[in-house]
Design a protein around this ligand. Sequence first.
Ligand code: NAD
Ligand code: LMR
Length: 331
Amino acid sequence: MTAKPLKRVLVTGGAGQIAYNLLFRIATGEMLGFDQPLALHILELPEAMKPLEGVRMELEDCAFPLLKEVHIGSDAEELFGDVHYALLVGAKPRGPGMERGDLLKENAKIFIEQGRALNSVADPDVKVLVVGNPCNTNCLITMTNAPRIPRKNFHAMTRLDQNRAVAQLALRAHVEVSSITNMTIWGNHSSTQVPDFVNAKISGKPVLDVIKDHSWLENEFVGTVQKRGAAVIASRGKSSAASAASSAIDAIKSLVTPTPRGEWFSSGVCSDENSYGVQENLIFSFPCRSKGDGHYEIVDNIPWNTFLREKIHASERELLEERSLLEGGVS
Ligand code: NAD
Ligand code: LMR
């Protein structure tokens, strides 16, 4: 059988903690399929090239059959050439006590430069997943600086939030995680995000019919998911890494695998005139479906009750504020 053509996968922040949990799993084939030959393009800051060289050596030492090429470097214009998937991880993580928005000014410059580099040299249909925080607004910056690439190709990672929400519901209902479906995260990847227990299901039944303690859902459940990133930082002293890497794999896998009938996944994508009345041109987390061709559509007509509506609008306001900071001169 003829081998599939090579896919080029870019990961930035290659010497960081998420990348260390991500690169090896990509190289096994877990993300794009166990028959998909790969090239890894790994970007780092010039001062981190020595640890990155160590990562490159380890990738070589694994002798992964699918991994045909590894390119490392610190020049985006050089390294982003012809990439089909770009996982933009490299950015400064927040420390204890910080909100993700505090990182906006520090990290915006990175995404301006990387958006421009994608625009100049990446594959014209490159799919971009922004992980570096604040990921929704960083994704907006990247997209704005890459007008050659279709807007629908840009995602901010809210899959970790979806996975966290699924895990919390499964624990509470004493069921397998696979019994939880239709879990939407609406809005920003921040403490205003809205994990939608109203439309999610447990073994095909509405969550509200299975978990009768609605106060737990509205308060503890939502609060735990919204603040999970901070809880991990408080406990580890560093932000989540293995779970973030695992969710990045899930996020891309959801684009290249047909979504099961009736199911959806969450991703931060660009709002347009048809996305639930959310202001246009925000990177906002919505329920999405894919045919497995790398593209997605937003699932429409999911009802919002008053509880969801108020919270989703608060998250929208936060994203508008982040965007207005950019308009105020960060970019
Ligand atoms: P880390 O500090 O361990 O690694 C980040 C790496 O990025 C560093 O090695 C740094 O040198 C590199 N880097 C910085 N600027 C760069 C640039 N311009 N180009 C290339 N590389 C650059 O951080 P981490 O724990 O791997 O986290 C990375 C980012 O992911 C942070 O912003 C963090 O907040 C975010 N994050 C997002 C989610 C999510 O769910 N969206 C989850 C966890 C972490
Ligand atoms: C997370 O959700 O774990 C990450 O976004 C890291 C953070 O700053 O919370």
